[in-house]
Design a binder for this molecule. Structure first.
Ligand code: FAD
Length: 613
């Protein structure tokens, strides 16, 4: 039994994980990153458009906070939003000081461009490859500081104690599978574990996310008893290439790109979807507008609309958006210098995730989360483009520093079940949660009654070893690809941009069936090394749990807010729904509850207003 010991263990090496590890190491902790991908292959590298930061005269963190709260449709928590907007300039300047090659204006200043839902052009960028440069810049800093990286190690579970009340539990490490050797090792974390495992796009079949984005960290934390928050809020990006889901950055519209329907109308204005902001309305508004055009017969090939940037001219496009020329040519066979690009909405971002406070801390002692896996609640019902990259810097740094025992101001956001928690109910047509809790191939969190840190890690390692052996030994059964396809199909059909009660119930029934199939899941590849079949089988379990969580939230929330549109409920209902949807896994049984949104900021309360663009 091999156990590695560090002060802080960070799971994931995208922007959030790298930033957390740098901060933890700087705070004096012996820090390690455990990651299934090499750091620079993490999905942050796909980020194109930029980082929102109030850097210039005429702009302010207060304006950024106002835009973000409005963009969230008043479901963001003010302390988290204000923290984001105050810390983002500092983090962005630090990236610049670390050598990030930002695009620059003629006067030498870092360039900023307009982005959807912003009242000021505050999106800082490095061409249309911002995330790629961000990852490389931070990876250099990581190497310089000597942080240990275990890359191509797949974390299968968290080592968490098993007290009855999840708020009393503590994390002591993780268990990870060495993809090269097929060995399973324990990682003991003496001070803290930071989850930075990124998005969950693989819950859907048309997504801008990589195949690695299976929401592992969110699902593991959920099963260990950590509440997950606002899972129904999924962002569908309005400009993805129809055949692959590859993203065409909002920067194209920021630079002046125009959307047209099949009748050649600039529909965002001509059909009245957003009379002021037009193409630069927030993403939920533009995605709904595009699908309405298609559904009303004004789409092209009944599927998409056109995004035209030819009028910007070759010089400007090559200077600021060169990557887009290659993406459109390589993935759609279209030269955007000569013809418009076909685009349609695709799953892009999870606004919800692991509940944290503004210091990245969760309800389980020693466990932190940051980046897309976390929900500090800065995005609420809809994320503004350019707000995820600053989020992962700001809260990655805080989570890392906090995990390492650094000094932090007391958080204003409370996590876990407080006195304000309100019980919830959902009218599901099928039982929810675990199918067979006894034995079986499902992993449950908080699996150990051991108490000392090393015993907790050892016991979790044993449990995970047994689970993996069982998976590898089963000879006949259902392949994970079939189960994943069933889930992705029903989520795409029923839990997409437009949602209605019957469809959501159908999705829950389909997910239940897929869960039952998972009891018979089989791994066809018997090898121990580079067994991606095994890893994808484990990931599919995570996809299942998160698909259910998204759908439960979507069915429970009977209002229309941000990205969550309900056919039967066409209004935002502030009287009843200024609250977060929370889900806790109680020994295999998902429990729904709510907690109020925090609208009180440092010096003002954000009063909900009509959200128009
Ligand atoms: C195409 C695209 C473009 C975008 N453009 C922008 C933009 O311009 N501006 C903006 O603000 N936002 C943008 N976003 C959103 C933003 O890029 C992401 O939300 C953010 O980069 C996520 O970073 P992360 O560190 O949380 O996760 P990731 O970068 O996805 O990293 C996750 C890490 O976790 C590891 N991991 C996952 N599971 C496990 C496991 N079980 N065991 C071990 N390791 C694991 C992976 O190896 C990886 O290292 C974009 C998103 C996409 C998809």
């Amino acid at each position: 039994m091999t156990i590695h010991e560090h002060d802080v263990v960070v799971v994931g090496a995208g922007g959030a994980g790298l930033r957390a590890a740098i901060a933890a190491q700087e705070a004096g902790a012996d820090t390690a990153i455990v990651t299934k991908l090499h750091p620079v292959r993490s999905h942050t590298g796909a980020a194109e458009g930029g980082i929102n930061a109030a850097l210039r005269e005429g702009d302010s963190w207060e304006d950024h906070a106002y835009d973000t709260m409005k963009g969230s449709d008043y479901l963001g928590d003010a302390p988290a939003i204000e923290t984001l907007c105050k810390d983002s300039p500092k983090e962005t300047i630090q990236l610049e000081n670390w050598g990030m090659p930002f695009s620059r204006d003629d006067d030498g200043r870092v360039s900023q461009r307009p982005f959807g839902g912003l009242s000021f052009p505050r999106t800082t960028y490095a061409g249309a490859e911002t995330g790629h440069h961000m990852l490389h810049t931070m990876y250099e800093q990581l190497v310089k500081r000597g942080v240990r990286v275990y890359d191509e190690w797949y974390v299968t579970n968290l080592a968490v104690t098993d007290e009855e009340d999840p708020d009393d539990r503590s994390v002591h490490g993780v268990v990870a599978y060495d993809i090269r050797s097929g060995e399973l090792h324990g990682f003991q974390a003496n001070d803290g574990v930071v989850i930075a495992t990124g998005g969950l796009g693989q819950v859907y079949d048309h997504t801008t996310n990589a195949v690695a984005n299976t929401g592992d960290g969110v699902a593991m934390a959920y099963r260990a008893g950590v509440p997950i928050e606002d899972m129904e809020f999924i962002q569908f990006h309005p400009t993805t290439l129809p055949s692959t889901g590859v993203l065409i950055t909002e920067g194209v519209r920021g630079e002046g790109g125009i959307l047209y329907n099949s009748e050649g109308e600039r529909f965002m204005f001509e059909r009245g979807y957003a009379n002021n902001a037009g193409e630069l309305a927030s993403r939920d508004v533009v995605s709904r507008a595009e699908l309405t055009e298609v559904n009303e017969g004004r789409g092209i090939e009944d599927e998409y609309v056109h995004l035209d940037m030819r009028h910007l001219g070759e010089e400007r496009i090559t200077d600021r958006l060169e990557n887009i020329i290659h993406l459109a040519e390589d993935f759609e066979g279209v030269n955007p210098l000569e013809e418009p690009m076909p685009v349609k909405p695709g799953q892009h971002y999870a606004m919800g995730g692991i509940e944290t406070d503004e210091n990245g801390e969760t309800a389980v002692s020693g466990l932190y989360a940051a980046g897309e896996a976390a929900c500090a609640s800065v995005h609420g019902g809809n994320r503004l483009g350019g707000n995820a990259l600053p989020e992962l810097m700001v809260f990655g740094a805080r989570a890392g520093r906090h995990a390492a025992g650094g000094d932090m101001e007391a958080a204003k956001i409370e996590t876990g079940r407080t006195d304000e928690a309100e019980a919830g109910e959902v009218d599901s047509p099928v039982p929810l949660g675990e199918v067979g809790i006894e034995g079986g191939v499902a992993a449950d969190g908080g699996a150990t009654t051991a108490t000392t840190p090393s015993e907790v890690v050892e016991a979790t390692l044993e449990a995970e070893r047994a689970r993996i052996e069982e998976l590898l030994e089963k000879e006949d059964g259902v392949h994970h690809a079939k189960i994943r396809e069933e889930v992705q199909q029903t989520m795409t059909d029923h839990v997409n941009v437009f949602r209605e009660e019957g469809g959501l119930k159908q999705a829950l029934a389909d997910i239940r069936e897929a869960r039952e199939h998972y009891q018979d899941v089989t791994v066809e590849d018997p090898s121990r090394t580079y067994n991606t079949d095994l890893i994808q089988t484990i990931e599919t379990r995570n996809v299942l749990d998160l698909a259910e969580a998204i759908t439960v939230g979507a069915l429970a929330r009977d209002e229309f807010r941000g990205a969550h549109w309900r056919k039967e409920h066409q209004e935002r209902d502030d009287e009843n729904w200024l609250k977060h949807t929370m889900l806790s896994w109680n020994d295999g049984d998902p429990e729904l509850w709510f907690k109020p949104v925090v609208l009180e900021g440092e010096s003002k309360t954000y009063e909900p207003k009509i959200r128009s663009y």
